[in-house]
Design a protein around this ligand. Structure first.
Ligand code: 5CA
Ligand code: ZN
Length: 435
């Protein structure tokens, strides 16, 4: 599917070190590999039933920082993102607002692209809607049934009033867990590291159906939902007509475009369980491989004391801020002022502070450009500081402080601040902000 146009990505004169990043599964900072071949990144995309809000933007800006860190280290990156263009919340919204679910998905995906472009986010190499993955995933689900990793659950009667012959298909979490354990490639809790009690609490809140009669285990997630009245459906071969479950969509898209294991699986911390947990389980059942080397999760952005979410309706939309004439570069700076792993709340003061910061940086760069200096130490040092901050777990607040300190010195003594062009190039490549 079409992505959006890429911001300018000019490399700097020297190269940075390959970054390290916090891995949820390991519970600590991991050095990303410095292999010859390219890094593989999969980031879970939007469910397009509402416009991009600040939480989505923060998540995609975070992984954009990672892509930029890799590029600055001289790596090539294969970046894949999905669009969950068929799922319960999208279908419910379409029904409630009386629009065709396809039109809703199309409109909101268009808006998302425009927001991403405005925020200077490097587009994925492959932008893949779930509806495109159905033909690819059916054979995997059929194989999982054959190999005993998946099973059928009676689904009642279909739209024609006849009992569904095939039923819904569920993933057998206990059956698929790696019992050899040397080294364990998957078990329930492998990715999230959550306790069973915590997983049990989260599962029904995040799309799971622990009470569904006929399942082998309450945690078993849906792989294929048999056709129901009024719901979109596809031909599922021996699975019968229906539509896919959520987790399998991402696993199959990642497998197809990246192979396994790829370098980083990313998304918000709300996807730690069950989405990334189950996705990794599906991957292991499908291929016998681990899904990703590393799992990276962003904190949740909130508003007025609560997590920002489409279901709660407490949203700050990127498109609305843009329509008010707020500078997308300032929106980006406001997000970057928070470390990606912390949960934080959006406020208008954050944006105002970012606007002031942007203006100060612009003034400093202009002042330095007017008084070129041969002493490059100051700008070289800034390049080093920003690279170090972002290279260790994407510490953007520290990177911004380093630029602030440089700007303050530059405004006081422009002729001692080094090369304005180098600073502009650094901020453009690493922070995605054109001055
Ligand atoms: N389509 C699925 C992923 S396959 C989905 O979660 N879609 S979403 O539209 O709900 O979220 C899109 C991305 O934004 C996901 O990576 C999600 O983890 C992240 N996200 C959602 N809400 C927030 C929030 N409040 N703060 C930070 N990130 C968020
Ligand atoms: Zn996903």
């Amino acid at each position: 599917m079409r992505t959006w146009s890429s911001p300018a990505l000019e490399r700097l004169g020297s190269t940075a070190a390959v970054p390290s990043i916090f891995d949820t599964r390991l519970g600590g900072i991991a050095q990303l590999p410095d292999a010859e071949d390219s890094a593989g990144l999969y980031v879970c995309g939007i469910t397009p039933y509402d416009a991009t809000h600040m939480g989505h933007a923060a998540t995609y800006i975070t992984f954009d920082l990672l892509v930029r860190a890799w590029l600055d280290a001289g790596k090539s990156v294969t970046y894949v993102q999905n669009v969950t263009d068929v799922d319960d919340p999208l279908l419910e919204r379409a029904r409630d607002t009386d629009v065709d679910w396809r039109d809703l998905a199309q409109d909101q995906t268009d808006l998302f692209r425009a927001d991403m472009e405005a925020l200077s986010i490097v587009p994925p190499d492959h932008y893949v809607p779930a509806t495109e993955a159905i033909d690819w995933l059916v054979p995997w689900v059929e194989q999982m049934i054959e190999e005993g990793f998946a099973y059928r659950v009676p689904a009642g009667t279909g739209p024609d009033g006849v009992e569904h012959p095939e039923g819904d298909v569920y993933f057998d979490v206990r059956g698929a867990a790696d019992t050899r354990n040397e080294p364990a490639r998957w078990f329930l809790g492998y990715v999230s590291t959550y306790s069973e009690e915590h997983m049990a609490e989260l599962f029904p809140e995040r799309g799971g159906d622990p009470q569904r009669p006929g399942k082998r285990d309450p945690f078993d997630p849906l792989l294929w939902r048999a056709r129901r009245d009024g719901e979109p459906h596809w031909d599922g071969g021996s699975l019968g007509q229906g539509r896919p479950g959520w987790h399998i969509e991402c696993t199959v898209i990642a497998q197809r475009f990246l192979g396994m294991p790829y370098t980083v699986q990313g998304g918000g911390s709300d996807l730690r369980f069950p989405h990334h947990e189950m996705g990794a389980g599906h991957a292991f059942a499908m291929t016998g491989e681990r899904m990703a080397e590393h799992y990276v999760h962003t904190g949740m952005v909130g508003l007025d004391g609560e997590k920002m979410s489409k279901s709660r309706g407490n949203l700050v939309l990127i498109s609305a801020l843009r329509a008010q004439g707020r500078d997308p570069r300032a929106i980006r700076l406001a997000v970057l002022a928070n470390h990606y792993r912390s949960d934080w709340f959006w406020t208008d003061e954050l944006l105002t502070a970012a606007e002031h910061r942007l203006e100060r940086w612009q003034r400093a760069v202009a002042a330095v450009a007017e008084e070129p200096s041969a002493a490059l130490d100051a700008s070289d040092r800034l390049v080093e500081e920003v690279r170090q901050a972002l290279g260790r777990d994407l510490d953007s607040p520290r990177a911004l402080e380093a630029v602030d300190a440089w700007a303050e010195r530059a405004l006081a003594e422009p002729s001692a601040a080094g090369s304005a062009a180098d600073v502009v190039a650094l901020i453009s490549l690493r922070l995605g902000i054109g001055l």
